[in-house]
Every structure is written in structure tokens, then in C-alpha cells.
Write a new protein. Sequence first.
Length: 609
Amino acid sequence: MTLGSSAIALHRAFKLQDRHDQASTRSIWALLNAYCREVAAPAGELTWDSPFGARAWPQVIQQHRRLRGGHVLQVSLPLSGQLLLIAVERPSITLNHAYRSEPFGACFGKPWQALDWQHLARMLLCELALRFDQPFNEELLAQIGNSVELMGEFIAAASDDDWGQGEVAYLRSEQSLTFGHAFHPTPKSREGVALDAIRRYSPELGAAFPLHYFAAAASDLAQASHLAEDAYAQLERQLPDLPLPPGYRALPVHPWQVEHIRSLDVVRQALDSGRLLDLGPAGEPWYPTASVRTLFQPGRDRFLKCSLHVRLTNCVRKNAWYELESAVGLSRLLDAEAGALGETFPALTLMTEPGFVTADFRDQPREARIALQEAFGLILRQTPAWGEGETPLLAAALFADTASGGSPLEREVMRLARHRGLSREEAALHWFEAYVEHLVHPMLFALCRLGVVFEPHLQNVVVGLRHGLPSHIYIRDLEGTKLLPEPWPDERLTSLTERARASVRYPEELGIKRIGYCLLINNLAQAVFFLARDDAGLEPRLWRCLESSLVRYQQRHGNAFSARLIERWLEGEPWPNKTNLLNRVLKRADRASEYVPLASPFAQPRDTQ
């Protein structure tokens, strides 16, 4: 090996180590975030800047506190008799923390030890096993490790180039979630699939690929549309010309799904008999968006939401048979409501799901039919007409770090500051006020006036920007949309089957919790964190901005329902935090999620926040 090649090899080794270190660090932060919010904070097991034992703290912790004026967070693990210690920039009421050191762990009579992700995960999972009287969750530990490994892959491929403008920037934002959900124990896990497949199909790696096609007789298809145009006609516009036998129609699937489809007995028999044809890949490439299974192609008027029998974070991302119906049924039911929303909030667009197409062999037993429907199930989502001069960006990408550490939101705020001649703080306040008005007001109107519970978490919100300022909001993914029983009695839902009705009906208090989590915690608290991470005085001003905006909403659009809800929020009622970590610990389905209380910024005295 020459000297030059040795240097190259050394550089590559350092780069590999860097990406593994960064993946470990980010995974530690996400795991700590989830544990503190879901377990330690509700149990009163977080302590700030305790003087007890400070002399024995690791040197890096002492220096952080003494030289930088930072803070120290201590997490008690009482059942296992251990403590965690980590340096933090400053306390955050919503527990959105900027960590400034690696974590350290200790038990009584033992010195502090630096923790990598494996040791931290084992400590926390041991404590949780004792807390819930169950065996140590080896499955979750493996899923955390899978997430760390894949995050390293995504970090290595990450680009911090400016995304540009318009639809090009939109696609870049969809494919830029290097670190994923900041409050999830396994933000990048993709379980049960080979690494080469992950590299081919992951949006974080800039994936693009042609669809894989099967063909079935038209009589073996099921479809529904809430438009005058049937679902297959909508789908056909998105597809290339394919040579098909008379009477057959093409069925596109995500190429990641092909192996699952071919594994089904009903499919193998149909392929052998010619009832199904395997046409293979064809056509121009489609781009996976942040959800991995939903595909986008510039110039097409529909996204394709594919069924995918792969576990991503919490769930296997298949289109369940009843979700096919409920997505289209909800789009039909919401047509009139979308009109009312659009008239009141013209800067809001619902990306409805007007049709689905799947295979359905009606002569087969119910179990085989359902397996077939869910294997091929394809939901069509409307692609909006982005506004002229608008740059649409995924909120989850805006409110996130790039691999180099800065966030796209900071870039947009500085763009706004330059355009308007504002200071950074003024621009941040102006940005947040516009975002709240465009997002929070229509979501409250939908809940309190229409009885519709959208799911406006970061991956379901696309923000249209002009000169860096929010000017339009796009809400997508009606799978999580729910309807409150009082404004939506059974007689309004006769077009849905009983199973679909059950999947969309939600009690009022649960709907309030869902909005509270998705809107306040998952979305706005993350926006506030990135706007004020380097400015301690700005955070309380941003929360006061939200308070003023809620008052304005009530003055403009309020009714008795919104008056009660806004009063609860402004009086400091704890916010409902979804249990992503505990779902995995207790092996619960995502639909069985519970909520634990998170202290509200409005519970703090306004002048001392």
C-alpha cells in the first residue's frame, strides 16, 4: 500500500468513525428525550443542578457548569438504584433540550462512567423492566441498534447544500430526515429487511426507482373514488404504457413489497395459472417521501401511497383493507368541510385521498382476500398546485438538524430577516406568528366547529414559504383523521362500513388529546426549540405569541367548544404527550397509544419564563 492510499484509508476510517459517533450521539439524545418525557418527568425523577455529589461529577460536567454557565440534568432510576447525568444548555419546560455532553451513569458507591448508546439503552430498559414487572426487552434493544446502524448510513450520505427553491426544494426536504423523530427510541429502524434493499429504497439516501408492475383482469380489481372519475382512471394517468393482454390492467407496487407479494399462496397460485402476471419494473423513477412508502414524481397529479409490509419505527406500513375504504370515504365526507375550511382559511389545502385500487379475488376465502387487498392496496393522494413563487417544505425537515448541525428553519429565518430588514429575533417572532396563524387556527376550527380531528404532526404538514415566511399550509395523510361523535352521528356515516366507521370515530376528549400532542408538542414545541435554541430570552416570547394567537382565534372564529379548550390550555393544563417509547416497551400497537402529562409553558408565570 502506498503512502497516498494509506492516507486515504485513514481518512475513510475517521469518516466512518465520525458517522458512527454522530449516529450514537443522536440516538442517545432521542432515547433520553423519550425517557424523560414519558417516564422520568411524569414520575418526578428529573433534578436540575443538584449540589449533592457535585464534586464527584465528571470533569466535563463540572467545566460545562462552571465555565460555560450551563446546567446539569440528573435522571433518577430508582428501581435499579442508578443515576444518569448530562450537561444541558438550559432547562426547557417542554423538555426540548440542547445536550452539551455525553451521558454518564453511576450507582451508589461507584464512580461516574461515560455511556455509549448500548449502555444507556440497557440501563433504561432494565429500569423499565422493573417498573412494569416484565422481562428485559431484547427486541427493543435490537431495534435501537438497527436504528443507530441505519442512521450512520444516512449521515454518511447527507448533503448540507442549500435546497434551492420550488418543487426541487420540496423533494429535497422530503428526503432529508437524517435523524428522524427526536422523541422516539428507534427513529430510523427498518426491521426485517436487508441493508442493500434499505440502500435502494430509503429517501434519506436520495432513492429513486421505477415501480414494479403486476397485471390482473379488470374483474379482479377493487377500487373506489369519491370523484366523478373512477380510481383506476386516476391511476392510469400516472403510469407508463405497458403491453397488456386484453382485459388486463396494470397494478403498480413499491418494489420493496414484491417479495412479500410473491410469498402469498394466493399470489403464487394466481401467477401459476395466469390469473396474475408479473411484469417486472418499468417506467420513470418515483421518489420516496419521508414516510418511505408514499411516492412522488414531479409533474404527476397524484402521490402513490403504497402498501409496505415493513416495520418502520412503530408500525408495519401496510394499507389495511379498512384503511383503503376509510381514506376514500373520509375524503368524500370531508368535501363539504374542506369547502368551509377553504373559505375561512384560503391559505390551507387538504391533500385529499380521492381513490384506491387493489387486487381482490372474490372467489377466495376472506383471509386470502384480505391478504391480497393489503398486499396490493394503493391509495391515490392529490398533488396540490403549489403557488407561484412558493417553496413548499416538509415541516419535519424544517424543524430538524442537518448532518452539520444547523437547521433549515434557521436558514429561512435569516432569509426573512434579510428580506424584511429585521433582526434575527424579530424575524423569528414574525415567522412563528405567521406559522401559528396558518396552522393552528384552521386545525382548531376543524376540531371545534366541524368535529374533525386532523393529525398535524411534523410529517403531515407541508409549509409553503415565500421569502422565508409561511404563506400556505398543506395537510396530508388522512389515515389518522378522526371524527367526533356528536357532530358526526351514524346517519352521517352511512357510506362507510361498520369497520371503517369504528376506525374514524373518536371520543371528544381523545380528539383533544390527539390535537394537543400533534399540534402543541410534536409540532410547535419543536419549532420553538429551533427558533430559540441559541436565545434563552426568545422562548418565552414565542409562547406568549402563541397565547396571543389563541386569543385572536377565539375572537374571530370561536364557539363554546373552543372557548373551553383554549381556557384549559391558557390556564396551564398539562399537555398530552404520546408514549412512543412505552408503546415499544409494552409492545402495544400504535393505535393503543396512551398519553402522559407534560408541563405546559402556560403553567409558568408569564414574566419569569
